[in-house]
Ligand binder design. Structure first.
Ligand code: MN
Length: 265
């Protein structure tokens, strides 16, 4: 069997939401650089849970940084989506084949992908017409990142051989276990939290809040991503930015709703 390496022709943009210094990004860059040319554009500070936000009322700066394994790297003073827009449009214009986001420090499963900067950065790549893949690690540790970065690079090669599906983000979560049982293709599950808002008092008697919360008892069943990761599998969920609910589209169209007062004779 001929083992085809990706070679220099594949040019990968690596980004994340944990910032350019993050261990997850750095280990991923080093692993990918064995197989392809890696270009980095990542936030200059942690931007987790910024979802798909972009910066419109202040300027963005991109400052060159040393990231071992990367041919070039910029720290960007914006959000993950800003980084991808800037990279595709200016920093590496016309020289990118793939967007890789991560490895995130923590899970991006189920309904939580709506808050995720990691997933949104990859989705921005899809919106701009590039194939994209996002990686996240449950219960991140230094050893865990090393192992996952090698698995991630291998998965990129395997998908590259099959051909990237058009208009889709592949959202991958690694379980926080030393040896995953395998890979499962999954749907997005449900993540529910209790005590999501904690109320406290500042030194002057004022009330303030922390958004935190603990995950509820997991009621997900196969084949959700939450179930897969909780049972020691790597999960792969294809994700699209089209949030239209096709299940009810026809039912609602059949209502033939009129604007109030707008009934025509
Ligand atoms: Mn993060």
């Amino acid at each position: 069997v001929e083992v085809k390496r990706l070679g220099d022709r594949l040019r990968i943009l690596v980004t994340n939401d944990d910032g350019i210094e993050a261990k997850g990004l750095r280990t991923l860059v080093r692993a990918l650089s064995e197989e392809a040319t890696v270009l980095v554009a990542a936030p200059d500070q942690e931007r987790s849970a910024t979802s798909h936000a972009i910066t419109m009322r202040q300027p963005l700066r991109a400052v060159k940084r040393e990231v071992p394994g990367a041919e070039c790297a910029y720290a960007v003073s914006g959000t993950p989506a800003d980084c991808v827009k800037l990279a595709v449009d200016k920093l590496y214009s016309g020289r990118l084949d793939l967007v890789v986001s991560g490895i995130n420090h923590g899970a991006n499963l189920g309904t939580d992908v709506l808050y995720s900067g990691t997933v949104s950065a990859a989705l921005e790549g899809v919106i701009l017409g590039l194939p994209a893949i996002a990686f996240s690690l449950v219960n991140p540790t230094a050893d865990g990142f090393e192992a996952c970065a090698n698995l991630a690079a291998g998965l990129v090669i395997n998908v590259q051989r099959r051909g990237w599906p058009a208009d889709t983000l592949l959202n991958i979560n690694f379980p926080g276990v030393p040896s995953p049982k395998g890979l499962q293709v999954t749907t997005l599950g449900q993540q529910r939290y209790i005590n999501a808002v904690q109320e406290r008092e500042d030194p002057w008697g004022g009330t303030y809040y922390w958004l935190a919360g603990e995950l509820c008892v997991d009621e997900n069943e196969e084949p959700t991503d939450v179930w897969a990761v909780n049972h020691g599998f790597v999960s792969l969920t294809p994700v699209h930015f089209d949030l239209t609910d096709y299940r009810v589209l026809k039912t609602i169209a059949d209502w033939r709703l009129e604007l109030p007062g707008g009934e025509r004779e």
